[in-house]
Design a protein around this ligand. Sequence first.
Ligand code: PMP
Length: 396
Amino acid sequence: MVSAKNIIYLDAASTCPLHPKVLSELIRIEKNYWANPSSIHNLGIQSLDVLERSRFTIANCFNVSPSQVVITSGATESSHLAIRGVANKLKPGRIVISSVEHPSVIAAAFSLQQNGWEVAKWDVDNHGLIDLNLLDELLSPPTKIVSLIWGQNEIGTIQPVSFIGKECKKRNIFFHTDATQIISQGLFDFNQLSIGSFSASAHKFRGPKGIGILIIAREYLELIDPIQGGGGQEHGLRSGTQSPSLAHGMAIALKQIPVHISINNQEINFSHTRTTILTKELSSKLSNIKGLEFIGHPFTRLPNIISVLVSSRNNIPVSGRSLVRELSNYGILVSSGSACSSNTSKPNNVLESIKVDNKMLGSSLRISLGSWLTELDLNYITMTIFNSIEKITHNY
Ligand code: PMP
């Protein structure tokens, strides 16, 4: 087994190590401000102050007001709150989601069926981009809610969220986006986007696990119902005792993201960072390995994710799971597809949607980089991937 010291962690899209500043702050806050922020004694008031300062920092990162920030347990819960919370206030209609959504959004959308909603899937092309020819059909009545994943966690493709947001706004359709994989790549101005809400998890940007956000446009604050009753915390939208330390950790992690995403019309531009440069360099080295087919959009993509389908030299599919296991013996930690679905035997809906050949559905590899990687031995990684494929397939 490789010791933790020798690990090359290339699985940022699954989760990230805490930023060192977050870890020390988590300990400090948990030691000193552990009281329930709803308690009215002095210690409770101090905890509330930490919580509300964190909310203020988070709000500033996206140029919204603190009343628009709902702190949740993570993106899964945030997307459920947005989709089910808004649907609750409306007469049943149609919800449109892309065919490459994360399972959390798929589950939230399909849960509406029991209340009489229709679910429609927005087809994508072979690169995973929604088909804009379907826009008029899908954004016409009875559509009332649209939810699109902004940066796809398995194949990296970025959807035209700014454009679709505007189109939905014109038609009075609530538009939610799952921004979970985007934020580590840069902060953005919520108001530039014409979106109803977005969800995210702190652990994807080096914050703590088990905490996330739903940011809601002002005009929807009154048009969303809580999905769980209780103490009425989080502006009455999300009951449950809040954690000042986790909220503070999330705010500190956001403050460590040094770059902004610029959005002009339909275009999204990421700043160059050490991570994006390393990803490009690694991608270029990997392109020399015969048998790797790059998937996802070639340009409109998350700049820290490389997704490939792997086959042997003689074109036989290589099991992504075996390759992940083999690479981990050499300290290289990656994923096959997404971590949340790679431990189930369900067919991969994302790869099916981009029309990957049936026989290759189990052969994907996802390499995702994060800001803790300041330098990498790209030759070692490339050589180990090459050798591992050879080793697994030498009997083929
Ligand atoms: N959406 C996307 C795009 C994700 O990658 C993930 C995590 N894999 C989630 C939602 C769910 O995040 P969490 O498990 O933290 O709720």
